[in-house]
Design a protein. Structure first.
Lengths: 385, 385
């Protein structure tokens, strides 16, 4: 099978390397024929083009890998490829979480496959496993660490006893965080992966604007010291599940875990994602959530699934509201501000602007947070598991 | 598709329940037509028979689930079904690890599928994931906790501060351990799962007699206290991998892990299995390693893979010797005996018959152990990770 690559950055070049150099039998008949890239990497002049038509109009290219990132022109390019009858594999969580319905519908209409395992979990076969799991099981909940950058920062703040800004700089030096780290530290990357996972697990399509995301931008050294004193470890979690009335909840929040919990031991830039099935109970997956070869390998796995066609029955994904009113937890809030909403839910005043709340819903904490962030942008909020 | 069940115990009845009551779309066209069982469960009189011919000669039955356990007559029954042109899914690690070549060859000859995901990992989609992983990646090592009984006992000895015999009795009471617990506590169950996993990961067929298995029968409360003082947690591990010369190592041993390692936090009867791939790095899977519905769900997943045929290219499994001379670790040895072989490898005498060895190969520790067990059957050995 001849394939085209859209984008030749970290993931795209990883896909190329695995296809070109991998020794597995299954890789023998796959060949990268064309690459769309604005930069011409030396040695790849014969493959690289800036013109998407060189792929769209090439009937020999049966499958296209989109690893450009961003919404535009990724969306237009992918749609053009699907409409030209080509299968697409995408590693772009931003694209998949925003255009889930459009992309799936276009693929169905054109009788091609649209796969996106690499868009959440990186090197972990998370989405493909989830897709297989629901063939027999009922998925009840999903949760976990799906962003390596924030996990590296949170882990480093504990192990190297540093402050947030120092850990962030080190993550940037190591290539784990981008120059503009907002999407990671504000929880948007986690939010997108949460949405894609929830869509697949619960046959829904949920909107970014319905999924609250609390990040770790405002966590400080003194928070971490306080957590350690209490036997807690802080991790950034994606959370989603079915409520008892069959509606779906979905949100992103730092959580405070007992130090003996599995996720508490997940170090460095690793991810750890869990689903709870009616039959299998808890099923957790740990591995590299990003990186050239891990994510490249997930792309190649999706290519192989397209070739060997692990077809299961078509699902209908229903556009779905999010209902965050039914899940209750205690929260840790650190803030210089005071609001009537806050006073109402405080269970324990720990001093120094630290509070532990009564068990409240994520909807309630979201409302409280809005008031607090307005008066004190340095407010930090974490859920106590 | 109409299927037959061989065996109607824990796993067989779990398979029946999921097929009969599951709500997933994919389950709709699967029906259990016949069950082989020596006991007639009330309500199932119309399905149960003692005569294997009622399944072998029924052309409507396209797939047979073997969940009888043991080698005989399971082997003869399964071979009769394969030779009659029926697909087979087995949850029986004893059978699969002993007749790996015969079963795969018979299936190929008869152009049917032989699947065995439930035979290692229980409810964790471990073997199916491993099989998918090696389509693109090179598996370098596998390790982990694959026996829930021993993990329950080891966890309980720490958390409930009890001795081995008390923890074993509680495991038996909860149904986690059998009346005769030897296969679990002597590491034989782990050994079989180790072999099946290694065969699949490395395209080999290895023999039980080549895979040393150290169990946990002789661990005492005082060992556990000593480990805790050193910040260690003891877990029973299956280990296998490729040596640098392309030979394969494989062995079962209790390991002493730093308490912050992921496996150290795996509690109760859970399993945690890991592979290291050239491209994805470490990839770990945590879940229920046994039980009616978790293992039943794995059987159903294999049935669905048979129906939807996730065919990848056929592999040749090469009969392979085991080479345990190339992996070196320090070992903890507690014994009342003393032998020249032991003296030679001691690095530290911790008193009370406790020794820490120099880094030595598993082959060396196996030779040393033979001498020690002969003089002192209560000897306990664990690898220091």
């Amino acid at each position: 099978m001849k394939i085209g690559l859209l984008g030749f950055g970290v993931v795209g070049s990883g896909v190329y390397d695995i296809i070109a150099n991998g020794t597995a039998l299954e890789l023998r008949n796959i060949e990268v024929k064309r690459i769309i890239s604005l930069v011409v990497t030396p040695g790849f002049e014969h493959l690289i083009t800036k013109n998407i038509d060189d792929i769209v109009n090439d009937d020999e290219i049966e499958l296209v890998v989109e690893a450009m990132g961003g919404l535009h022109p990724a969306y237009e390019f992918v749609m053009a490829c699907i409409n030209a009858g080509k299968h697409v594999v995408s590693s772009n969580k931003h694209l998949v979480s925003n255009y889930f319905t459009q992309l799936n519908e276009a693929a169905e209409k054109n009788n091609v496959q649209f796969r996106y395992t690499p868009s959440a979990g990186g090197g972990i076969p998370w989405l493909s496993t989830l897709k297989r799991a629901r063939r027999s099981d009922e998925i009840e909940q999903i949760w976990g660490i799906v962003n390596g950058t924030t996990n590296y920062i949170l882990d480093s703040m504990v192990k190297d006893d540093t402050d947030f800004s120092v850990a962030l700089k080190e993550a940037q030096r190591l290539g784990y965080a981008e120059a503009d780290p907002s999407a990671d530290i504000d929880g948007l990357d986690t939010q997108r992966k949460c949405i894609i996972s929830a869509n697949l697990a619960f046959d829904v399509v949920i909107d970014e604007k319905d999924v609250p995301a609390f990040g770790i931008r405002n966590i400080t050294h003194s928070d971490v010291s306080y957590f350690e004193k209490n036997g807690w470890v802080c991790k950034l979690f994606a959370n989603a599940g079915r409520n008892q009335d069959d509606s779906v909840y979905a949100y992103v929040v730092p959580v405070l875990l007992d130090k003996f919990e599995i996720e508490a031991g997940v170090a460095s830039n690793y991810n750890c994602i869990t689903y709870v099935g009616k039959y299998v109970g808890r099923s957790s997956y740990i591995g590299q959530g990003a990186g050239k070869l891990p994510t490249g390998n997930s792309v190649v796995q999706d290519i192989l699934d397209t070739i060997f066609d692990d077809a299961s029955l078509k699902r209908e994904y229903k556009k779905s509201a999010v209902n965050n009113a039914m899940v209750a937890h205690r929260y840790y809030i650190k803030t210089d501000s005071a609001t009537p909403e806050l006073s109402e839910i405080i269970e324990k005043d720990e001093g120094d602007g630290r509070y532990i709340t009564k068990p409240v819903s994520i909807e309630c904490i979201q409302k409280t947070a809005e008031g607090l962030f307005e008066k004190c942008p340095q407010t930090f909020i974490a859920e106590i598991k």
